[in-house]
Design a protein around this ligand. Structure first.
Ligand code: HEC
Length: 208
């Protein structure tokens, strides 16, 4: 092969490479993947959505007793579907990925026989699951018990936690009485003061 012929082949090779490159760049431009801002599906409650637990509360949350006073236990049953993949709360029911939860309200931490708890929960063994403890746990399991095995982000709405707790409490040999609702707080008193204002105006009017 003389050098002219070599150049011919080399040139053809180069042209082919360039053509491939052009196609490649072209298709990349044509089919640029569009990344959605949010993942298109989120598995409810299963860690994928840290924002649910981390979202800053718009306003300070009241004690759980406040929400329990108007909690709807039947709504709690629906919310328990989030837990049902790992827990059942049938009397004498088996442990699953998580321990059986029958009668959990008021029972001790790490109460299920034969369940392999994390060191974190095992370390609290026997301490009663009060309303407040359960509320804190379900709001943010990892904050309540760092190192827990419960892969659940938490429930951000206090109303939902209250409904769930009210329902869990009904699944028990001896349901606990609801805690005393806290005295009305400043937030509650404010609208009342507003409502009183027009009355004061009205009273002042005739005097003009
Ligand atoms: C992905 C599985 C999973 C989901 C979903 C889940 N849990 Fe759990 N849960 C666990 C595991 C595992 C443990 C044991 C945690 C440990 O040992 O650290 C646990 C522990 C608990 C405990 C402590 C029980 C005890 O014996 O002290 C309670 C209460 C509880 N879960 C309630 C709930 C509720 C209510 C929900 C739904 C809102 C829920 N969990 C959702 C897996 C899960």
């Amino acid at each position: 092969m003389d050098s002219f012929e070599f150049n011919k082949f080399a040139g053809a090779g180069l042209a082919a490479v360039l053509a491939l490159l052009a196609i490649n760049v072209g298709t990349d431009m044509a089919y640029k993947p569009v990344k959605p801002e949010k993942p298109s599906y989120v598995v409810q409650g299963v860690e994928a959505d840290p924002s649910e637990a981390a979202a800053p509360a718009a306003e300070a949350e009241k004690p759980i007793a406040f929400y329990l006073a108007s909690a709807d236990a039947s709504k709690g049953e629906a919310i328990f579907k989030k837990c049902g993949a790992c827990h059942n709360n049938d009397k004498g029911g088996a442990n699953g990925i998580g321990p059986n939860l029958y009668g959990i309200v008021g029972k001790g931490h790490a109460q299920a026989a034969g369940f392999g708890y994390s060191e974190s929960l095992a370390g609290m063994k026997g301490k009663p699951w009060s309303w407040d403890e359960l509320n804190a746990w379900l709001k943010n399991p990892k904050e309540y018990a760092p190192g827990t095995k419960m892969a659940f982000a938490g429930i951000s709405k206090p109303e939902d936690r209250a409904a769930l707790l009210a329902w869990l409490n009904s699944k028990s040999d001896k349901p606990l009485p609801l805690p005393e609702a806290p005295a009305e707080e400043a937030a509650e008193a404010a609208p009342a003061a507003d409502a009183a204002a027009p009355a004061a105006d009205a009273a002042a009017a005739p005097a003009q």
